[in-house]
Design a protein around this ligand. Structure first.
Ligand code: SF4
Length: 358
């Protein structure tokens, strides 16, 4: 299907596009996709960020580059937007369908063809014929971090044996709501458009939803690291409605008694499972993290099975960090080199069976 000059085109998620010295960057974090565009590619995507037709985009570019042939501009814009649609970057018409069918297809953007990144107008026609406008650049030219992790509190309702922050009910000082909002504003002003909100347990803060609303109001995106014990259907629905990209929770054991011992609070397993179920039922993208220790090394396959039963599609296994209570308990919990190698082999096998990535 060819794209018509008057077909409406809209950037799927304008929050993910940002200006850079070399042009622009599109960050699709859920798909681990970073697309780097030259000035022209960025301008086209910016034009369609609020919805626009190829005809309107070409007119805007023609006004900016009056020395270029308008027909050439139109043809090049259409070709680029067709490629962007096939990659899932833009939607066409009034429906969310793309030329390429379903969701993003990361591999469908061709590799960099243009050199440099600081083109003058005289280079415009050449570069637009070389579409897509994807550059090979060094990451150190980025204007701001790709994401910023903010630990909004050190307080937590659990007492995990491995907690690197030694979190608990100690009322350590934390930033007030207005201070936190002002920090978010400063970071967004500096170009940051993605935050990972962590703790302690972020949901012990009464203003957590207010902060997430503020992130959305600033035009940025967020994901949340939580133990999920304080999440019910209503809170899960609020997270979904606020556009939280992903919630990462933990499931370090499929056996309640082991989980509760590891997490330091009786009943933690039930509370976590209830929270994760609520997230899944409300359609919040959810990932479960598993810290591999001597306490759970025998049940990694069971944990994956439990995650699948809960409806979770992403499980990540992480090593114990020798920090905080993780350091206090390191000799008791950490695996030796041979055990780690064996775990690696089992996880590769599990991943192959479930069709997942590394
Ligand atoms: S849930 Fe997280 S923050 Fe709370 S004690 Fe456990 S590891 Fe620390």
């Amino acid at each position: 299907m060819a794209l018509e000059p008057r077909t409406p085109v809209r950037l799927r998620n304008p929050k993910r596009l940002r200006k850079e010295a070399f042009g622009g960057l599109y960050m699709d974090l859920p798909h681990s996709l970073f697309l780097i565009f030259n000035e022209t590619g960025y301008l086209i995507l910016r034009e369609v960020s609020g919805g626009s037709t190829p005809e309107q985009v070409a007119a805007a570019l023609a006004a900016r580059f009056p020395q270029e042939d308008p027909d050439l501009i139109m043809g090049s814009v259409i070709r680029f937007l067709e490629q962007a649609a096939a990659a899932g970057l833009v939607t066409l018409g009034d429906s969310p369908e793309t030329l390429g069918g379903a969701g993003p297809a990361p591999g469908s953007i061709e590799p960099a063809q243009a050199e440099g990144g600081r083109e003058g107008p005289s280079e415009y026609a050449k570069s637009i014929l070389d579409s897509p406008y994807v550059l090979g650049v060094e990451p150190n030219v980025l204007s701001a971090p790709l994401k910023v992790l903010i630990e909004v509190t050190r307080r937590c309702n659990l007492r995990c044996l491995h907690c690197y922050a030694r979190s608990g009910d100690t009322g350590s000082e934390e930033m007030e709501t207005e201070e936190m909002k002002s920090l978010l504003e400063d970071l967004v002003d500096s170009g940051v458009n993605y935050f990972v909100i962590s703790g302690g347990e972020p949901l012990v803060r009464k203003d957590l939803f207010e902060l997430l609303e503020h992130v959305a109001r600033l035009g940025a995106e967020a994901s949340l690291l939580t133990n999920a014990t304080l999440i019910d259907r209503e809170r899960a629905a609020r997270l979904r409605d606020l556009g939280v990209l992903k919630v990462e929770a933990n499931l370090d054991s499929a056996r309640p008694e082991v989980y509760d011992r590891f997490r330091g609070v009786p009943g933690a397993f039930e509370m976590t499972v209830r929270g994760v179920r609520a997230l899944v039922e409300e359609g919040v993208p959810t990932r479960l993290n598993v810290t591999v220790t001597r306490m759970n090394v025998g049940e990694l396959e069971d944990i994956v099975e439990a995650a699948v039963e809960l409806g979770v599609r992403e499980v990540a296994f992480v090593e114990l960090k020798p920090s905080g209570r993780g350091l206090d308990n390191y000799s008791k919990l950490a695996l030796g080199p041979e055990e780690r190698a064996e775990v690696g082999r089992r996880l590769r096998e599990l991943s192959k069976r479930s069709g997942g990535g590394p």
